[in-house]
Design a protein around this ligand. Structure first.
Ligand SMILES: Nc1nc2c(ncn2[C@@H]2O[C@H](COP(=O)(O)OP(=O)(O)O)[C@@H](O)[C@H]2O)c(=O)[nH]1
Ligand SMILES: [Mg+2]
Length: 232
């Protein structure tokens, strides 16, 4: 029997680490750390896809000659949580500020996903920010906040969680974006940037600890849609 599904929209500028974050979750849910094989739900320039968990294709190959792939459509990745009271799903979105799609194309794609069947279950938003990119192209820094404000229900402001990617030791300056530390976490998902077979298992374990007991998980588990009685 299907359990209720908590859906989180993953927003962020192009290249901040959204797809990589979802890949990290994929490994967390599916088998635990240090498995012989790194699980890849969303392929990138280094790694081919070896897990099929999306309900809608997300990756469209770039024109010949360009490395890597980029997210052109929203795609929902659902993870079953055997012992939990609900399952979790994360919607990968094309990055606002993408150089491969116009701003309007990206917004249209995200709006399309907001009117789809799973939209009624959107419990919150995870904004992925790479602090080393903050400040570059700074007029785009506020895009996600602006987009969320104009397109999402007002409770989303409380149900927003920030994941600072590429940021375990570089916490300097990370805190000052207007979110309480209880609503943000620093996580380095660098293992997806290495060629297949050479990932750093220590970094993976550390990411798992962050997702797990202490920080990310309890926060997401507590987020509810106002007015919806939980179906547990
Ligand atoms: N070192 C490091 N690289 C990362 C991290 N997260 C993402 N990347 C790299 O940053 C690039 C963009 O990541 P991607 O997930 O495709 O960004 P998206 O456009 O937001 O989906 C890729 O080359 C990733 O391998 C991280 O936490 N640490
Ligand atoms: Mg992506």
């Amino acid at each position: 029997m299907d359990k209720p599904n908590k859906v989180f929209l993953v927003l962020g500028r192009y290249g901040e680490g959204k797809s990589t974050f979802i890949n990290t979750l994929c490994n967390f849910f599916d088998g635990g750390p240090c498995d012989t094989e790194l699980k890849v739900a969303i392929p990138n320039e280094h790694l081919v896809q070896n897990r099929m968990i999306e309900v809608k294709p997300s990756e469209v190959a770039l024109p010949l000659g360009e490395r890597g792939r980029t997210t052109k459509q929203c795609a929902l990745y659902q993870f079953r949580v055997p012992l939990g009271e609900c399952d979790f799903a994360f919607v990968d979105t094309p990055g606002l500020g993408s150089s491969h799609m116009t701003e309007e194309e990206v917004k249209m794609e995200i709006r399309k996903c907001l009117t789809s069947t799973y939209a009624s279950n959107i419990h919150g938003v995870i904004v992925v920010i790479n602090p080393t990119l903050v400040g570059q192209d700074s007029q785009k820094d506020m895009l996600c906040a602006k987009f969320a404000k104009e397109n999402l229900p007002s409770f989303i402001a409380n149900n927003t969680f920030v994941v600072f990617s590429n940021a375990l030791d570089s916490n300097v300056g990370v805190a000052d974006i207007g979110f309480p530390s209880s609503q943000s976490v620093c996580m380095n998902n660098k293992f997806f940037s290495n060629p297949a077979g050479s990932y750093d298992t220590n970094a993976m374990v550390s990411a798992f600890e962050i997702i797990g007991a202490q920080i990310l998980w309890p926060t997401l588990a507590e987020m509810t849609i106002p007015g919806h009685l939980s179906q547990q």
